[in-house]
Design a protein. Sequence first.
Length: 317
Amino acid sequence: MLKEISKYLTDKIRHFPSSDKILFNNKQIEINKDLFARIPKNSTQKSLAFIDGGQAEILSAGTFCLSLIRVGALVYLNNLKIKEYKHEFFLLTTAKHELGEVVYESIIFPVQGTKIIDEHDLFISSADATIKVGTERAPITQVANMARRFAELAVAAMVGADGADVIVLDGTLEPSFRNEEKYLSKLPVNICALAKSSSLFTVSGNSPVVLLQKLSSGGCWSYFIEEQSYFVRLHEKSRHVFRYTGTKDFLSYLAENSTDALFLGYPYGLIAVDKFARVSNEEKRSLKMNFLLKADNREIAEYLSATDAHDILDNFY
């Protein structure tokens, strides 16, 4: 059976045409070899600030969710770290029925400092198209994804105001959630974003990343899509192509930061800040146990037992 599946998939891949069009923002964009451009070596030094976030669900029931959200920024100059930022907060989201629908509202509890995003921007209907999946209402845990994204953008604006020359976000600069445009509009002009994965397709159903890799002549290159959107290869020996959003002028600095053998062709700063902001499973378990072992929280624990069937099954294996 596996041999038959492999043959079918291989045959399908081999029949993809060499000439194709990228589907992008509801448009068909012809792939043209003339749109490849070499990424030059940089002649000046600039500081690069890499930003990413991590999160963990500490407590989760159908009617409430407590999450820890951590956003970090690491600033590099000449591939040496010169500064770091960290902002953490707990997010408590609860559900209620209002005007005929289930809505989610949230309260932010900063670990240190002040709130950097507005709680009102997280008030959202469970049926909102930007967070729901399929026909079911969105789970309450989705609000933490919104909060993390807004916090990443807020930290990017803060780091930009602090003087970083280039700010690099993990992902894209396109809005996905309700109210996200508010935070995108506050970003400085010296920002760019690099996405590890791309959901774009060609007209034939091929991956533009794979197709462009085959059509390129090697080396470090960018491929222009439209406006400030590109596909990029940041190291001549890398097998990876990423989607990039931002000015082309910053690509030489990203390429200079993408020489670590750990993930050749991907900026080391994004690897480091991912680790810096990540909430480990051990940390998550510790926070959960510290919360549940308090006698005052016995009533809260009763709500969790109604939704922990998946955890029980997972522990069987």
